[in-house]
Design a protein around this ligand. Structure first.
Ligand SMILES: Nc1ncnc2c1ncn2[C@@H]1O[C@H](COP(=O)(O)OP(=O)(O)O)[C@@H](O)[C@H]1O
Ligand SMILES: [Mg+2]
Length: 249
């Protein structure tokens, strides 16, 4: 049995008074890749928002433990320092801040929190080059303002780069395939596959079974109307591609 990273029990959450998550149970172990699939509006992004501590969402019941700690008591920053990473479905653009400076601040904030020394300029550049090569990110993108004028594919590749730099314990990729052409999809999936280690885990959220041709999940869950209504092997994704979600209701 792999060590447990994340344990979600009977989680209920609401946004603007409307109940969206209605009793989620999910356990993710180290070294595992989980796919969460489900139709639009089923609560997939709500679940990722709740896990990173987005204040718009109110947890009304249940518990979430991350590396043995009560995640729900932690601030969004503390969650990120503890090793949770969320790739946004709609990444923000940060005008006037280059990726280099943005990542340097992010990496060093994380190191400071862990009691490690900040990286020198040279060490940081070395790390950046190594990770840039891993995800095949163009140097010219790194020197531009964060996400400003990036295409959909470039934004997504950029996120995988940020993930490579921060080496999260748990990466949550929310619909990473939206807006990606097939080549970019493959590079993103390759990055995710290359970053897979025995001591980290990934949750891939998608409604396109196609992404799972490239990222091989260990487990597939179906989220429907705020509940996980089915959990199965990777082949479940193929079945969903063929038959849709309605047969599971
Ligand atoms: N910030 C928000 N304010 C109001 N309603 C929201 C908000 N975010 C999500 N919802 C609602 O929650 C439901 C689930 O949405 P979401 O979690 O985005 O689903 P999915 O990611 O599976 O498509 C939808 O009915 C959506 O309209
Ligand atoms: Mg969504």
């Amino acid at each position: 049995m792999s060590a447990e990273l994340l344990d979600i029990r009977n989680l209920y959450a609401s946004v603007t008074g409307k109940e969206i998550l209605k009793g989620i149970n999910l356990t993710v172990g180290a070294g595992e890749t989980h796919a969460i699939m489900g139709p639009n509006g089923s609560g997939k992004s709500t679940l990722s928002s709740v896990l990173v501590g987005n204040p718009a969402f109110e947890v009304t019941q249940g518990s979430v433990s991350f590396l043995g700690k009560n995640l729900l008591e932690m601030s969004p920053e503390e969650r990120s320092w503890a090793g949770i990473f969320l790739s946004f479905q709609y990444p923000v653009e940060i005008s006037g801040v280059s990726m280099v400076n943005f990542m340097r601040a992010a990496v060093n904030a994380q190191r400071t929190h862990k009691g490690e020394k900040a990286l020198t300029a040279g060490e940081f550049l070395k790390l950046m080059r190594e990770k840039q090569a891993l995800v095949e990110l163009d140097t010219n993108l790194v020197n531009r303002s964060v996400n400003e004028g990036f295409s959909g594919g470039e934004k997504k590749r950029n996120e995988i780069f940020q993930m490579a730099m921060l080496e999260p314990k748990l990466a949550i990729l929310d619909e990473t395939d939206s807006g990606l052409d097939i080549d970019a999809l493959r590079i993103v999936a390759d990055g995710v596959n290359k970053l897979k280690r025995a001591d980290n885990a990934t949750i891939v959220i998608t409604h396109y079974p196609r992404l799972l041709d490239y990222i091989k999940p260990d487990v597939v869950h179906v989220l429907y109307n705020g509940q996980i209504i089915k959990t199965g092997p990777p082949e479940l994704a193929l079945e969903l591609e063929e038959k849709g979600y309605d047969w599971l209701k």
